[in-house]
Design a protein around this ligand. Sequence first.
Ligand code: LLP
Length: 422
Amino acid sequence: MNHFDYIDGRLHAEGVALDDIAAHVGTPFYCYSTATLARHYTVFAGALAKAGLDATVCFALKANPNIAVVRTLAELGAGADVVSEGELRQALAAGVPPGRIVFSGVGKTRRELEFAVAKGIMQINVESEPELHALSEIAAARGVRMPIALRVNPDVDAGTHAKITTGKKENKFGIEWTRAHEVYRKANALPGIEVVGVACHIGSQLTEVEPFRQAFLRVRDLVAMLRADGIGIRRLDLGGGLGVPYEYETPPHPDLYAEAIRATLGDLGCRIVLEPGRLLVGNAGIMVSRVIYVKEGATRTFVIVDAAMNDLMRPALYDAHHAIEPVLQPAPDAVPVAVDVVGPVCETGDTFARQRLLPPLRAGDLIAFRTAGAYGAAMSSTYNSRPLIPEILVKDKAYAVVRARPSYEEMLALESLPDWFG
Ligand code: LLP
């Protein structure tokens, strides 16, 4: 469920008409809805509570690190899952307490580890032995033991897109399942390390519960082994990954997911940490763009819009589907036509939709790309020297620009000519 609906023929975000925002901030832009963020958080956290789980929901900032979005979720009780010093700084700037932040990622630098240890965050999810040793050294030098989980790779097939599956043994993530016990023993003996948990994340945009269940059962076996060995495990970080509907998908309701956690791990007496990203923010965001031209090609019609693959990369990168709707509601008798919706970037990959049935569109019309709140702005770039597009947060009848569009002067100011050019 989301709060982007037509009211009197104009697509609104909650109580704000999107064409009004377009008139003020220009296009393209991202727009997020506070009520939708709140709704998704409440349904997810509510499902965990109903299942009787003692759980902390750490929003995966990689899906949408805008500090206003993070703050909205933090005020509802969310912590943060971060994967870089940049995201850690965003979580802190948004007001997430350090005691609710986990730091994941396969290649944390020493500088990043030092920053995280200095900030006293809840937990670092360690992904390799070299990282374990580096972290122990860093923490011991500060006279502390850093709480850690080892991210284990449970070798299950998440059945999702190859580029976003992470839990198979050939993926770069985590510590191989078969070696986990041995690495835990080593970790437990290191001076700067306090082993507190097990972490796993098997992939993103999962639309079935079964792969999760398989991974959780493996985690359960590991906890039993570790406890038998005297290694105290009191937290289980089960990652993110629950999918959202983009087109025809029917991902399981969070109640079923929570029930799978309860059934497999609920009796272990552990605090459960979850790292959902897409589920919390995906449907809470749209991208609005304006049609520049409609071009009749030899075999098809191209709707050329002012957003491009650099602004929303998912269609080009994963062949992802984003529903497209005109911002002004089409007449009920408008006959849809098949068009290709493309951006201005000089690559064929800069195509948002091929042969999509849409009501007739003309130059100047506004369109909205739905389900763009996750991995939309977060993955954008300035390819073709296009400025990053602004982000807007709506709350009821109010809206605010929560990331400004940089000016060309600001973009150029980061570059310089070496003095050998005279
Ligand atoms: N935790 C870890 C360790 C992760 O690697 C990820 C996502 C998450 C949590 C959050 O997963 P989520 O709940 O959002 O599925 N750019 C891709 C998605 C990449 C996901 C990477 N890891 C896309 O646009 O579909």
